[in-house]
Structures are given as structure tokens and as C-alpha cells.
Design a protein around this ligand. Structure first.
Ligand code: CP
Ligand code: NVA
Length: 298
């Protein structure tokens, strides 16, 4: 049966570690200049993006090339999947030509439907609800830095958005200890549930015993019109030197990027010695190559 990557919630712990193991191997081979372009030779993916992207697009396209396959990118501007023809028809066309679909959509339901209507794997490259590829990569990066995930404490500071929602699933699956600090009214979706979910409005309290401090945009893609009001609401949630004076001096700083320097994170923190944001960005390539290989190989 085909397997999709729609949500970390649908992966077992074993599957998550299988991705990490292969990502480690592919990263090592890549660094050694050892080609692995036989792994997906002759395979093609379609990439349908309703929103902009730097990291996700670049890493999926580069990843497919390095695995010997090919990626076709289609940026839908001012158009949603399902507008021009039904999602069912898009799915039924694509499965006749390509071996997988990578989709970035406003609507999470669109991604679920696309996966339901097609017999090829569908990978969620971000929706308004979730961003599983990002959090798989983040966990892989933490595993590299810390040697384990179980018991690692991550403080998520900021908006209860798609990235935060996927963190809730990621932490629960791997035994990480997640504490979230967000302003009143900006909590994660109530549809996302987990045991021992810790949500507070006090960022200073939440960073106190953290191993990792993580942040993301205050206004996500599609929320640009709310920027002014959000910037006001999130003032106390900026990841800056002052906030981090409450944290351990060796706390690691993460951000999925793009960063809005001077808003959710300051230059000093982002460019400082504790920041691992570009290691995190690099790992999108290695982790997604592992995902592509595991989902598309047969
Ligand atoms: N982090 C991330 O998904 O970046 P892009 O929006 O640039 O793909
Ligand atoms: N929460 C952000 C993540 C960007 C990768 C957004 O959806 O815009």
C-alpha cells in the first residue's frame, strides 16, 4: 500500500527513526562526494505550491536530482488547487505521469483529499495546519546535536501556528518535552491534541529550563493583513538576549525560517553562537531525501 506524509501524527516512532537513519546515511554520502543517484533513477515528482518557498522548493528539487530523479515545480499564483479542475481530477491526472506529489496548500483538507484520490504518495510541504517535513528535520537536527530526543526540553515561543502544531505531534511521538508560550488568543489549534500539553502566556517561565528555544513568524503566509495587530500582540514574545537571560547559557536556538529579523528574533540571537538555524535549513535536504526514498522507492 502507498504511504503518504501528511502529518507526523500518522507516523510511528519506528518510521520516524527509519527516516533519521537513512537521512544520516545520505548526508554522510553526500559529504563524502559519494553519489546515490541510482536510488530514484527515472522517478518524477510533481510539486504544487500555492504559497512561496525557498527552503522547501530548493531542497525537494535538489534532493530529487541527487537521488537520480526529477522534480516538476508548479507555482499556483492567485489560484488554489481545485479551482481550475477538481482535486480529484488533479489527482487522477498526476498519478498517470509521476511517482509522487509534494504539495504546499492553504487548505489542509486539500492535501488529505489529494492523498485520498490518488494511488501515488503525497507529501505535505506545509498547510495552514501542519508542516511535518520541517519538524521531522528539526528533530533530526536536535538528534545530531544532542544525541537523543527523549527528555530534551524544547520551548516554543510565539504563534500557535502550523509549525507549532507539528511540534506538538513530533514531541509526543519522540518523548521530547515541549512547552509553548504564546499570547492569549494565539494558542495552537484545538484540533491538535497530545498528552501533557503545556501552554503558557509567560515566555520567561517557558525558556527557563529549556535545551532548545524555537520560534517562527508572528504572521504566517496568508496572514499578512494581520501583521500590524500581531506585531503588537507578540511584543513580549521576541526571542532576544533579554528573554534568553532566563535560559541556560548553552541553550540552542532554532527557527524554521524565513526569519523576520527584529520581529520574532533579533540579529544578535539569530547570528549568535547558540543559533543552529542554518544547520536546520541544510538538513531539510537530507531528511526530505530520506522521505522521498522511503515513499517512492517501490
Ligand atoms: N521553512 C520553510 O519551509 O521554508 P520555505 O517556506 O522557504 O520553504
Ligand atoms: N508558519 C510559517 C512557516 C513558514 C515555513 C508560515 O506558514 O508562513
Amino acid at each position: 500500500m502507498k504511504k503518504d506524509l501528511i502529518s507526523i501524527n500518522y507516523l510511528s516512532k519506528q518510521e520516524i527513526y527509519e527516516i533519521f537513519e537513512l537521512a544520516t546515511q545520505l548526508k554522510k554520502e553526500q559529504k563524502q562526494g559519494k553519489s546515490h543517484n541510482d536510488l530514484l533513477a527515472g522517478k518524477t515528482i510533481a510539486m504544487l505550491f500555492e504559497k512561496p518557498s525557498l527552503r522547501t522548493r530548493m531542497t525537494f528539487e535538489t534532493g530529487m536530482y541527487q537521488l537520480g530523479g526529477h522534480a516538476i515545480y508548479e507555482r499556483l499564483i492567485g489560484e488554489k488547487i481545485g479551482d481550475r479542475e477538481t482535486v480529484l481530477d488533479v489527482a487522477k491526472n498526476l498519478e498517470r505521469w509521476v511517482d509522487g506529489i509534494v504539495v504546499r496548500s492553504f487548505s489542509h483538507q486539500n492535501v488529505i483529499n489529494l492523498a485520498k484520490f490518488t494511488n501515488i504518495p503525497v507529501i505535505n510541504a506545509l498547510t495552514d495546519l501542519l508542516h511535518p517535513c520541517q519538524i521531522l528535520t528539526d528533530m533530526f537536527t536536535i538528534l545530531e546535536k544532542k544525541g537523543r530526543l527523549e527528555g530534551i526540553k524544547l520551548a516554543y515561543i510565539g504563534d500557535g501556528n502550523n509549525v507549532c502544531n507539528s511540534w506538538i505531534y513530533g514531541a509526543e511521538k519522540t518523548g521530547m518535552i515541549l512547552k509553548i508560550a504564546c499570547p492569549n488568543g494565539y494558542e495552537p489549534s484545538q484540533d491538535i491534541t497530545a498528552n501533557n500539553l503545556f501552554i503558557s502566556n509567560d515566555p520567561e517561565e517557558v525558556v527557563k529550563d529549556a535545551d532548545i528555544v524555537y520560534t517562527d513568524a508572528w504572521a504566517s503566509m496568508g496572514q499578512e493583513s494581520e501583521k500590524k495587530i500581531r506585531n503588537k500582540a507578540f511584543q513580549a514574545f521576541q526571542v532576544n538576549k533579554k528573554l534568553l537571560s532566563n535560559a541556560s547559557p548553552d541553550v540552542l536556538i532554532m527557527h524554521c525560517l524565513p526569519a523576520h529579523r527584529g520581529e520574532e528574533i533579533t540579529d544578535k540571537v539569530m547570528d549568535g553562537p547558540n543559533s543552529i538555524v542554518f544547520d536546520e535549513a541544510e538538513n531539510r535536504l537530507h531528511v526530505q531525501k530520506a522521505v522521498l526514498n522511503l515513499l517512492l522507492k517501490n
